[in-house]
Design a binder for this molecule. Structure first.
Ligand SMILES: [Zn+2]
Length: 120
């Protein structure tokens, strides 16, 4: 299971876990900002957002590092955000998760290939 591993910002390296959640800032296309807490279990799509907003289906959300304010948008996959998942001292995997509201898809890029997780 991936639950106990640490998520880091690919930009500044900050540790993004808090109380077994991944905490990130969000920015909607209308400029509204908020904070999201997501499960650290890859493939679990439950989240809490503060303030409590209802994202429009298909809406693209920017995810932002709470430490360095860098946008976590993947450069290779424009509708995905990128985090680093540190599984051991010298082993870091890329985690890509959908930035599109309602699209529950995550890719875990490991040395052995790409694992796909889908919630719907
Ligand atoms: Zn950062």
């Amino acid at each position: 299971m991936m639950t106990q591993y640490a998520f880091h910002c690919p930009s500044c390296g900050a540790h993004l876990n808090r109380n077994e959640k991944i905490v990130l800032k969000t920015r909607r296309s209308n400029g509204d900002e908020g904070e999201i807490e997501m499960s650290t279990s890859v493939g679990n799509y439950e989240y809490q957002h503060n303030p409590d907003v209802l994202f429009s289906p298909g809406e693209i959300v920017d995810f932002i590092c709470t430490s360095c304010n860098a946008e976590l948008n993947s450069k290779e996959f424009e509708n995905y955000a990128l985090l680093n998942l540190k599984v051991a001292e010298n082993i870091v995997f890329d985690v890509l998760f959908s930035r599109q509201a309602g699209v529950q898809k995550t890719y875990l890029v490991t040395e052995d290939g790409i694992e796909t997780y889908s919630g719907n």
